[in-house]
Design a protein around this ligand. Structure first.
Ligand code: SAM
Ligand code: SF4
Length: 444
């Protein structure tokens, strides 16, 4: 086994798990390749939050069958992450050319499972109920040298009625504050400029360890390490404290960007989703945030077509979008997930009704995003550059503090690599819905 390919579906936690898989395989002296044909090992990090991710995974694994004329021949195929955790042996029955199935709690066992599958020419399935390891105790191969994901909690205790995550990621477990700080200190020494603190609900960080949430303390302690940029996801509105808002407003390294999923604007639907806040409470929170951080960029998640959603419920969601002035909204059509309470609720909304609402919502989201972007024209934004744009090599691309994509022309005779991983000021001249363009200044 000399080469590997990792395909990742789903959320940032999965992206981070994939970086850990890459770190583990690199530690075995394996090297990454771009195509399945060149790979000795193909690893899928999977997501089952919505049905379409589930279907795509099955389609992609099925299409690899042609590369495997028989057991022990062709690449080893490993399926991990949330579908591995949920389906275990079932995956092997459905797709018998898989060699390894692993779950969300045993990423570190992957090299050993691959080794056994190869030497015994028999598929290996290992799914554990609980984890004994914390994510970042493992080697990690970072996608960008200047950015690192730092998990601060794993699992979730919220049991939103539509959501499969608590069943496949387990109960919420926080990582001791000292461990988090020590890791960020190591990352700073290694040249990392930006960390993204990860958890299904970072705002409840520490409840299991310290009796009450301590996320504000995490932000302040991580800011003390000298890291340039701190981002975090995800924030559950019910647990976002005034202390956290104050830390966001006061700590320069904490970026003025917040992902605050609302899911619905209707109190009835929010109740039935078990979200534990009302539209009024959500909007009051948004108002407090804008008051404390006037230039805040706000994003959200919204589900359309939850069981029982009426036109009036949907109108309430549209009203929230107008009031909150989101910079971005990730919009989802409700997808029933077996084993969750919502999957057995009455009142399923016809597909064409959901689609029509979804289209109206997307239009409004675009209009709000463009309005927020236009508000940045004429400002100077410190941009962390990532390199050349994938679409146009003569364009440099990076992110503003508010997480907007920013484009500038690559200066003549310069290479994009020269700018990658540097924070430079950009005078914003033009705004589109999803990106800003401007002129590069000198070093900050
Ligand atoms: N913990 C995060 C949170 O609370 O927002 C992320 C959870 S989930 C991975 C990301 C988003 O997927 C959720 O915020 C929700 O909008 C959406 N989602 C989860 N389950 C869904 C379902 N069954 N159907 C449609 N969208 C769903
Ligand atoms: Fe799922 Fe709700 Fe937990 Fe987010 S907070 S992971 S939506 S159960």
């Amino acid at each position: 086994m000399e080469t590997y390919l990792i395909r990742t579906f789903g959320c940032q936690m999965n992206k981070h798990d994939s970086e850990r898989v890459a770190g583990l395989l690199r530690a075995q002296a394996m090297t990454p390749v771009e195509s399945a044909e060149d790979a000795d090992v193909i690893v899928f990090m999977t997501c089952c939050v919505r049905e379409n991710a589930d279907e795509r995974l099955r389609g992609q694994v099925a299409s690899l069958k042609a590369l495997k004329p028989g057991r022990g021949r062709g690449p080893l195929i490993a399926v991990g992450g949330c579908i591995g955790q949920r389906d275990g042996e079932l995956l092997l029955r459905q797709l018998p050319h898989i060699d390894v199935v692993f779950g969300t709690h045993n990423v570190s066992h992957l090299p050993a499972l691959l080794e056994t599958a190869a030497s015994q020419r028999r598929p290996q399935v290992e799914v554990l109920e609980e984890s004994s390891e914390f994510a970042s105790d493992l080697p990690t191969e970072r996608e960008h040298p200047w950015h690192a994901w730092v998990p601060i909690t794993v699992g979730c205790d919220n049991f939103c009625t539509y959501c499969i995550v608590p069943y496949v990621r387990g109960r919420e477990k926080s990582r001791p504050l000292d461990d988090i700080v020590a890791e960020v200190e190591r990352l700073v020494a290694d040249g990392v400029l930006e960390v993204t603190l990860l958890g299904q609900n970072v705002n409840s960080y520490g409840r299991d360890l310290y009796g009450e949430p301590q996320f504000a303390k995490v932000l302040r302690a991580v800011a003390q390490t000298g890291i340039k940029r701190i981002r975090f996801a995800t924030s559950h509105p019910k647990d976002l404290s005034d202390e956290t808002i104050a830390a966001m407003a006061e700590e320069e390294a904490v970026m003025p960007y917040l992902h605050l999923p609302v899911q619905s604007g209707s109190d009835r639907i929010l109740g039935s989703m078990n979200r534990v806040y009302t539209q009024r409470e959500y909007l009051a929170l948004v108002d407090r945030l804008y008051e404390a951080i006037p230039h805040l960029a706000l994003s959200t998640d919204i589900i359309v077509g939850f069981p029982g959603e009426t036109e009036a419920d949907f109108d309430a969601t549209m009203a929230v979008v107008r009031h909150a002035r989101f910079d971005q909204a990730f919009t989802f059509i409700y997808s029933p997930r077996e084993g969750t309470p919502a999957a057995t609720m009455d009142g399923s909304v016809p597909r064409e009704v959901t689609q029509e609402r979804f289209d109206r919502l997307v239009e409004l989201v675009h209009a709000c995003a463009l309005e927020k972007s236009r508000g940045l024209v004429g400002t100077i934004q410190p941009v962390l550059f990532e390199g050349a744009s994938k679409r146009d090599e003569s364009v440099l691309t990076g992110r503003s503090p508010g997480n907007k994509v920013v484009h500038v022309a690559l200066p003549e005779h310069a290479t994009a690599e020269h700018y990658a991983g540097r924070i430079l000021p950009v005078a914003i001249g033009e705004a589109q819905t999803w990106f800003l363009s401007g002129t590069l200044g000198t070093n900050l």
